[in-house]
Design a protein around this ligand. Structure first.
Ligand SMILES: [Zn+2]
Length: 452
């Protein structure tokens, strides 16, 4: 027996978490990722199902919720698609009943992950040190894929607790985080709260002169308007890293035009960790198949084929504290095809957003709005916008503009909006000063359907 396997974490079938120290475990995972990301798709799926089967077995034995839910199923690995979906409502209703009564001690201590109220249905999920380890391994993989220079500075603007990274200076850290630090360190990092005014954020970024800027897509959109109006570039900047919201093709174009850098996006959730990373070669999103099993299903529950858009259903392969099996995230995604980069991890072509971000038409059909901030800017000095559907034929248009709009500008905006929404909606324009309000967790949605 080699020393690595002697130290491997018992209970984990795949990938093997080997090594005695944090650093050894991270390196072992990264070495495996180099192989697993080029595995034949059917072999990859087989490994995922093996690991998921271990989690399902553990859940049936030690989690009251699953003992009831899976009790009637035959022993062994059930057909995945035969398992019922786990909804946010299920998680709320189950409470502690969704927690394992016997979390394997080798997985380390647990911590609670609370998702914020953006969706109106906050949930609490318990995660272990093992989940944190996989999170960190995928963080390092993201840096490696995009060949980021670890010597440069990483500046982040995120929603944080009041008092932790206040303007005008935020806080500084000696490295990018625990994963990078474990592997020999990086350049410094800095953090500023998202609550800072856009002009204050821009000043802060200028002073920080980062190699990489990390923030939310809608905040980036506001910063791009700010920098764009001044014709200002950030010479130190190599890339913008985005998290937390949907990145539109228009935002990618704007980032290229204004700052002359690319957006590198990550799709993750607080409950599940990393779900997919944007491929540096193609822009497709590669699923982090070593830690999550992702399904995209249609309205009838059948798997979508490449090019089709459906609901995202995700199973966590390593959460032994609050097992999440076929968890319905309520995001929609388009299934991608094989990627030219040679990595065989499954792909998503587009992550479209949440059901509540779809337009409802009077005939009962729903679709994704095609609204685009930069089309608005061609017509009028619109700094920020948000559309809220209040009824089947009425939309509230919230705008922050640099000055009052002329009647013809409002009429042209209305035409663009009706065109993008695919229906001659009655539009109610509302004008705001400063910034439009965000939801509690700092997220901002361009289109929200508020019909109950
Ligand atoms: Zn790729």
């Amino acid at each position: 027996m080699n020393p690595d396997s002697a130290a491997a974490l018992a209970g984990i079938v795949w990938p093997v978490v080997a090594g005695r120290s944090h650093r050894e475990q991270l390196l072992s995972l990264l070495r495996q990722f180099e192989q697993t990301e080029r595995m034949a798709p059917e072999q990859l799926l087989r490994q995922q199902l093996l690991q998921l089967s271990a989690v399902i077995g553990h859940a049936r034995r030690t989690v009251p919720f699953y003992r009831d839910r899976f009790g009637g199923l035959p022993a062994g690995m059930p057909e995945l698609q035969a398992l019922p979906l786990l909804t946010r409502r299920d998680i709320q209703d189950a409470g502690h009943g969704l927690r394992s009564t016997a979390i394997p001690p080798q997985f380390g201590s647990t911590h609670e992950n609370r998702t914020s109220g953006a969706t109106g249905e906050p949930v609490t999920v318990l995660r272990t040190v093992l989940d944190a380890l996989l999170w960190q391994a995928n963080t390092l993989r993201d840096h490696a894929w995009h060949r980021r220079d670890p010597a440069l500075k990483l500046a982040a603007i995120r929603a944080v607790a009041p008092g932790t990274a206040d303007p005008p200076n935020g806080v500084e850290a000696p490295n990018w985080g625990p994963a990078s630090a474990a592997l020999g360190g990086t350049g410094p990092a800095a953090l500023l709260t998202l609550d800072a005014d856009v002009a204050v954020q821009a000043d802060w970024i200028r002073r920080q002169a980062p190699g990489y800027l990390l923030t939310y897509p809608n905040n980036l959109a506001a910063l791009l308007v700010h920098f764009g109006q001044r014709g200002e570039r950030l010479p130190s900047l190599r890339a913008v890293l985005t998290v937390g919201e949907t990145v539109s093709p228009a935002l990618r174009t704007a980032c290229r035009e204004v700052l002359d850098v690319e957006i590198q996006d990550v799709y993750s959730s607080q409950e599940l960790g990393y779900i997919a990373l944007q491929c540096p070669a193609s822009g497709l999103y590669h699923v982090m198949a070593e830690s999550v099993l992702v399904e995209v299903i249609d309205a009838a529950g059948k798997p979508c084929a490449a090019g089709e858009t459906g609901r995202l259903v995700v199973s966590s392969l390593h959460n032994y504290a609050t097992p999440l099996i076929r968890y319905e995230l309520r995001d929609h995604a388009t299934v991608g095809g094989p990627c030219a980069c040679g990595r065989t991890l499954p792909t998503l072509a587009r992550i479209a957003g949440r059901e509540r971000n779809m337009v409802k038409l009077p005939d009962g059909s729903t679709h994704w709005p095609l609204v685009g901030f930069h089309r608005f800017r061609d017509i009028a000095p619109v700094r920020q916008y948000q559309l809220i559907q209040r009824s089947l034929d009425g939309i509230e248009v919230r705008l922050v503009c640099d000055r009052g709009l002329k009647p013809d500008e409002e009429a042209r905006l209305a035409a663009v909006i009706r065109d993008a929404l695919g229906h001659p909606f009655t539009l109610q324009f509302m004008f705001f000063d400063g910034e439009l309000p965000r939801s509690a967790n700092g997220k901002f949605e361009e289109f929200v359907c508020a019909i109950g």
